[in-house]
Write a protein that binds this ligand. Structure first.
Ligand code: FEO
Ligand code: CA
Ligand code: CA
Ligand code: CA
Length: 569
């Protein structure tokens, strides 16, 4: 029965039980090691960087940043590179004890700015396992002050101009780098999510019209989220620089093979709280980018390029010149991508991109339960999106936002567990404007509920979880699901344990638990070595003293391998 079903499954491992401790757990026959921890030096001049008290500002841009998130691997001329996001900083553990996480100087702010963004690093596998190649010419930190280009249809628009950049084409920094993506031409995409939290005001916020509406819709106000950049760095003070927030919230392209290259913000992909960017090719070679906007009641987006990708050909405009659309899911199991155009929205072309959320509302996109990662199946023309949870159904997420009723792909009134929606484009073409959809899984707790909150049929007491978030398909066609949920293991979450990583079979729907993380953590970010014998997994905001067993907890990337060094996806 259950054992036989598991034997017949495609999972190359025996599923493991939940855990509530401060360790990593894997199936028998698998092992792990730490690859890089917050504060580990990427360059010798940062050797001895000490994270106690958060570490000094000196060399804080020469170490592996904090709170690892999305990542992608690249093979280049025999070098194994990883590009990886650092989403945010835990202010309380980065700033001296006694400050309660509040910056007390320009140096404090600069340190927080340095420890976020992106790391590009070379890694290699030797006798003692994997290690970061210190001082590799490929190693690079990109942070909140790194020069960037703004390109695409909205670049140079008045709303993107500031006193420091009257051209509206040269921004500084990439903020709150959440999920990732990769292009067919070998570049890295880093996605700016909760950028609004870094802005605040020291004086009156003097905005009106669409800018004011945008501040409300995107959550930009006087206080920010406690980073207090605006008190020490005028760029983040919206009473002085009201257009600066328009220069964040984009998808940013980075060439991991060229440490001198300038990262590029692509306005053609729209401005919202980007989770990740899943790039696939349409039947005719046009570039299709699927993107989620992670906030309660926001939307799913798709970009289709005008031009066609040809290996070795020009990639100019392939992430900017095209059509941005939002998804409408209908109750009959079909759906449609609604193009955001001046005709459909009543908005000017550049404003559609800068205020994509308002454009989505104007065309009647379906409000979603917090779209997190999207991943496309390499063996079938279909894509999956984690809808992590939604505790506030019916409440407008932001002024100007829409009502968020339960609807087709978001069917439960109080959704604490989340679900994964899947769509299959008509004509087997990711550029088709219509699709069929279903729910791959509704997470739930079958030991607490015998209704919809018990989850879909592929959820059992043996594999349950809540709040799917990270997600990636492997080359064999299994979909790996990472969670960022309630790990109290109590009440509605009893029996679900720590956050975890599971594997799903897209054909049978079967789901099996592969890994559990340390208590307090979220498991996020997944990539494979070129030989697919190593899996890189991110452990964000761990608790306890993980992984050192003493001192502060340190977010880290780990490597998971089979003991027999077999293929692992
Ligand atoms: Fe950064 Fe929506 O997770
Ligand atoms: Ca996430
Ligand atoms: Ca999440
Ligand atoms: Ca997170």
């Amino acid at each position: 029965s259950a054992a036989r079903a598991m034997e017949a499954s495609r999972f190359p491992f025996t599923p493991i039980p939940i855990q509530t401790d401060d360790e990593i757990h894997l199936p028998e026959g698998y092992g792990w090691q730490v690859l890089a921890r917050w504060g580990d030096p990427l360059f010798s001049d940062a050797e001895g960087y000490d994270v106690a008290e958060g570490g000094p500002v000196e060399h804080s841009d020469r170490v592996f940043g904090e709170n690892t998130d999305g990542m992608e691997t690249f093979s280049y001329r025999g070098h194994q590179l990883i590009a990886i996001n650092h989403e945010y900083t835990n202010r309380k553990i980065n700033l001296p004890a006694g400050q309660e996480g509040t910056p007390a100087s320009e140096g404090d702010v600069r340190k927080l700015q340095n420890l976020q963004g992106v790391t590009v690093m070379e890694v290699r596998e030797g006798e003692k396992g994997w290690e970061v190649v210190r001082d590799s010419p490929f190693n690079r930190r990109i942070h909140h002050n790194t020069p960037m280009k703004l390109v695409g249809p909205a670049a140079g628009h008045d709303l993107l101009k500031t006193d420091a950049d009257p051209t509206g084409t040269a921004a500084l920094g990439t903020l709150n780098n959440c999920g990732s993506g990769r292009t067919p031409w070998g570049t890295y995409l880093t996605c700016e999510e909760n950028f609004n939290g870094y802005f605040g005001a020291t004086g009156e916020i003097d905005v009106a019209g669409p800018v004011q509406a945008g501040f409300e819709r995107y959550g930009i106000g006087a206080d920010g989220w406690g980073y207090d950049y605006h008190k020490w760095d005028a760029r983040f003070d919206v009473s002085a620089n009201p257009n600066e927030p328009h220069r964040a919230g984009w998808v940013v392209e980075i060439d991991p093979t060229d440490p001198d290259s300038t990262p590029v913000k692509h306005t053609g992909l729209g401005r919202f709280k980007h989770e990740n960017a899943e790039v696939v090719l349409a039947a005719d070679g046009r570039v299709v980018v699927y993107m989620g906007d992670d906030e309660r009641g926001e939307f799913l987006y798709r970009f289709v390029s005008n031009g066609v990708y040809r290996p070795g050909g020009s990639t100019e405009g392939l992430l900017d010149d095209g059509t941005l659309s939002v998804a409408r899911f209908d109750e009959d199991g079909t759906g449609e991508w609604l193009a955001l155009t001046p005709e459909s929205t009543g908005m000017e072309a550049a404003e559609i991109l800068i205020f994509a959320r308002m454009a989505g509302s104007a065309v009647g996109a379906t409000t979603m339960d917090r779209p997190e990662w999207i991943s496309a199946n390499p063996h079938a023309v279909e894509a999956y999106c984690c809808l992590t949870n939604n505790k506030n159904r019916g409440v407008k997420p932001n002024a100007g936002g829409d009502e968020t009723p339960a609807n087709g792909p978001n069917p439960r009134e109080t959704n604490r567990y989340g679900q994964i929606v899947r769509w299959r484009p008509h004509d087997d073409d990711h550029a088709a404007d219509t699709f069929d959809w279903d729910l791959y899984v509704m997470a739930g707790n079958p030991e607490v509920y015998d209704n919809a909150y018990g989850g879909s049929e592929n959820i059992t007491p043996g594999n349950m979880f809540n709040s799917p978030d990270g997600m990636a398909f492997d080359s064999a066609g299994l979909v790996w699901i990472q969670t960022d949920g309630d790990d109290s293991n109590e009440g509605e979450f009893a029996g679900q344990g720590n956050n975890q990583m599971l594997a799903g079979d897209p054909v049978t729907g079967e789901i099996a638990r592969f890994m559990t993380g340390p208590n307090g953590c979220e498991v996020t970010g997944l990539a494979w070595s070129a030989d697919r014998r190593s899996m890189f997994v991110g452990i964000q905001h761990p608790g306890g003293s993980w992984p050192d067993g003493t001192g502060l907890p340190r977010s880290s990337v780990i490597v998971v391998k089979r003991a027999d060094n077999g293929l692992i996806g």
